[in-house]
Design a protein around this ligand. Structure first.
Ligand code: ADP
Ligand code: MG
Length: 447
């Protein structure tokens, strides 16, 4: 339903309670809502005398009802059918503006199904999903905080994409806090004719969902904070969803006015922290999949181990590897080419302890091929080397068992536990094994 019609229907109900049925039938029944322009509800009256009579006798009643409604509409205007063309361009402009403001601003790559869920982000993910399925009802506002490049913007776009998928007509406004501040400053500059001011209010209050990214940019912007406070209250009271992201918890946004700080924490606050190795591996695999690139598991491990602070950098590394390999006409299928591709980003000379480096050392110690250690062969000597490698990884890296399992060709975690415990036992009773373990450890540490 048109917004103007929705609003008019509610107003009519209130008006009818305040005037006689006769006057209502005579003057109000035949008014037709046309549009909303500059915060005014435009009504068309077929009867010439209606305009004057209503303005003279009922203006205050109507304004009271408008006030009670508490939307961005703050006045009404009655026009005659001949005046409709004057508003036609405004109506068309509005439609255009609505489209440019509210639709297809969401990155199609930032959806829920392209987001990898792990222990670092599962609560934020679940909250975002809930908000997307029932905006304005469950968690309002939703406040998402976390370090740079950990997926805050991705999640916000995912909310937008999902709501639009369910309801194409939803008015969702996503913007960076900088944009909000700029819009607000623009609205002040031209406040002489008030049009900019009204535009600002219409843009930010005429939405079903408002998402403000990186709220920490409000630091030191007192008047913008004030504007946000009012916008927030308006939207909140009319049960519109608000989603905010920040690099820190609301209580650490100490530069904010206290009332704003407390508004922000009044809904649900969730954090996104650094992803663990498992999650980074899954992210790389997912990104590679969508880029149609085949990466062997040891390459994935290698990259995931080195980039552990920031998913954006992790993704950047993958992009670089793909680009480099294309340039060289090679496949990204071995660690050497990966090291070459990433030589500016990682220190390839200093040795970083990794699954690969431990397995490499074990292989060279026993003079066995890596393929065999990772593979399925059951030759006694190979099995022993495999189990020692597993034991060492567990001992030195503290990587989850499932991760070790998938590294070793998809073995399940019970196999890994078995290997670990067996070598641990042997290292206490069998001198040769104890020496071998010590030697390999030395090799790794000397590298
Ligand atoms: P932030 O806004 O927190 O700085 P972004 O949302 O811009 O971070 O994320 C940076 C990049 O990392 C994006 O390309 C995003 O797709 C990706 N990313 C972050 N977390 C995940 C995740 N859990 N799964 C998939 N991609 C992710
Ligand atoms: Mg961001």
């Amino acid at each position: 339903m048109e917004e103007s019609k929705k609003i008019w229907d509610v107003l009519l109900l209130g008006i009818s309670n305040n005037i006689s049925t006769v006057s209502y039938d005579m003057w109000f029944k035949n008014l037709e809502p046309l549009t909303i322009a500059y915060n005014k509800l435009i009504l068309v009256a077929n009867l010439k005398s209606a305009k004057n009579t209503i303005n003279k006798n009922y203006r205050n009643i109507i304004l009271d009802e408008i006030k009670k409604l508490n939307t961005y509409v703050d006045d009404y205007l009655i026009i005659t059918p001949e005046e409709i063309p004057v508003y036609q361009t405004k109506i068309e402009d509005e439609k255009k503006e609505e489209n440019s403001n509210y639709s297809s601003i969401f990155d199609p790559n930032f959806t829920f199904d392209k987001f990898v869920v792990g222990s670092s982000n599962q609560i934020a993910y679940a909250a975002a999903k809930a908000v997307a399925s029932q905006p304005g009802t469950l968690h309002n506002p939703l406040f998402i905080y976390g370090g740079v490049g950990l997926g805050k913007t991705h999640i916000m776009h995912a909310i937008g994409n999902e709501i639009l998928k369910n309801n194409k007509k939803s008015k969702i406004l996503y913007c960076t806090t900088e944009q909000f501040v700029n819009d607000f400053i623009d609205s002040l500059k031209n406040s002489k004719d008030n049009i900019e001011n009204i535009k600002f209010r219409e843009k930010y209050r005429r939405v079903d969902v408002l998402m403000l990214d990186d709220i920490q940019f409000l630091s030191g912007k007192i008047t913008s904070q004030e504007a946000l406070f009012h916008t927030f209250n308006d939207l909140y009271q009319s049960k519109k969803q608000i989603v905010i992201s920040s690099d820190r918890h609301p209580r650490e946004l100490t530069f904010l006015e206290e009332r704003l700080q407390s508004r922000f924490s009044s809904g649900l606050t969730v954090d996104i922290s650094l992803p663990d190795l498992e999650t980074r591996i899954a992210i790389l695999q997912k990104k590679a999949f969508f880029k149609n690139v085949n990466l062997p598991i040891n390459v994935v491990y290698f990259i995931a181990e080195k980039f552990d602070k920031n998913v954006r950098e992790l993704e950047g590394a993958l992009q670089k590897v793909i680009f480099y390999c294309q340039l060289k006409g090679q496949q990204p299928d071995n660690i050497d080419i990966i090291k070459e591709a990433l030589k500016d980003d990682i220190d390839v000379t200093t040795h970083i302890l990794s699954l690969d480096s431990i397995v490499d050392a074990t292989c060279s110690y026993f003079n066995i091929k890596k393929q065999e250690v990772i593979g399925k062969k059951k030759l006694k000597q190979i099995v022993m080397a495999r189990q020692i490698a597993i034991y060492l990884i567990n001992d030195l890296l503290g990587v989850p068992l499932a991760t070790i399992g998938s590294y070793f060709g998809g073995r399940d975690h019970t196999t890994i536990i078995y290997a670990r415990d067996k070598i641990e036992e042997l290292s206490k009773t069998d001198n040769m094994i104890a020496t071998q373990i010590k030697d390999i450890k030395n090799m790794i540490q000397k590298k």
